[in-house]
Design a protein around this ligand. Structure first.
Ligand code: ADE
Length: 259
């Protein structure tokens, strides 16, 4: 059963469709994902992709990430990329010209499947969105700053607007890092045990069950007997039941919205 599920997941992940079933070819050689990120603060994105799974994904050639300083396309020699809002109001806006030029130049190099603007008024990011984006080949992420970006860029270039939660951050860099991490770890070959992404919280609209490691008894706090019994069917049933209990208690909305 587990094998079957993981195999389906692999097939689901294969792109382009003609390669479905040839996971090995797709995941390792033919279709690495490329992500470009446009930002005025590339320094903020230096560390997040240099460790752990994101590092491994890049080393294995499954994922390439390029962070671009938007000021490269500034409107003057002072690196100007923002200006006051028409109609008044506090705060600066990122201007059309640098963003348009950057997007157009990068679009010559790659055909983007999605041009994503990270913004608190975007669609809420979740596991389903991460799954879906992990099937794409080329993504461009735009990190907003100041009071946001000129609406015309959103209208004419952006294909998707994503928020990572109902709170306002000072820029789109951390949301971009979160997006890349959530998507990157789903690429086949990134996780040590590829099936494990299948059992993450949210993958089936359920939170993950409690997990334990050694010692079996820590200060008298014992690991549940069922996990020590070696009966895999019982363990699977127990985990599923615990997932349900946890989801009911903590995120009943997930059960209602289950699809
Ligand atoms: N930029 C600022 N806040 C954000 C959020 N919550 N999600 C995405 N981008 C953002």
């Amino acid at each position: 059963m587990l094998m079957k599920m993981s195999y389906c997941w692999f097939l689901f992940q294969c792109r382009p469709p003609v390669l479905r079933g040839f996971l090995f070819i797709r995941s390792n050689y033919l279709c690495p994902m490329h992500i470009d990120i446009l930002t005025v603060l590339p320094e903020l994105l230096e560390s997040p992709f240099q460790h752990s799974m994101m590092k491994r994904a890049q080393e294995k050639g499954l994922l390439t990430i390029q962070v671009h300083q938007l000021r490269k396309w500034a409107v003057n020699e002072y690196g100007m990329v923002d200006d006051y809002q028409f109609g008044g109001g506090a705060g600066m806006l990122m201007m059309c010209e640098p963003l348009a030029k950057a997007i157009e130049e990068l679009s010559v190099q790659r055909k983007f499947d999605e041009i994503i603007f990270l913004t608190p008024d975007g669609e809420l990011f979740n596991q389903k969105a991460a799954n879906s984006l992990s099937l794409k080949e080329n993504l461009l992420l735009i990190c907003g700053h100041y009071k946001g970006i000129d609406e015309r860029i959103r209208e004419h270039f952006v294909t998707k607007e994503i928020s990572i939660g109902d709170y306002v951050l000072s820029g789109g860099e951390l949301p971009a890092a979160i997006l890349v991490d959530a998507i990157g770890r789903l690429l086949p070959g990134v996780l040590n045990n590829e099936t494990s992404a299948l059992f993450d919280s949210f993958q089936d609209n359920l939170l993950a069950p409690p997990v334990y490691t050694r010692p079996e008894d820590f200060r008298g706090w014992k690991v549940p007997d069922v996990l020590m019994g070696g009966n895999h069917k019982l363990i699977e049933e127990w985990r599923h039941e615990q997932s349900l209990i946890r989801t009911k208690e903590r995120r009943p909305d997930l059960l209602n919205g289950a699809d």
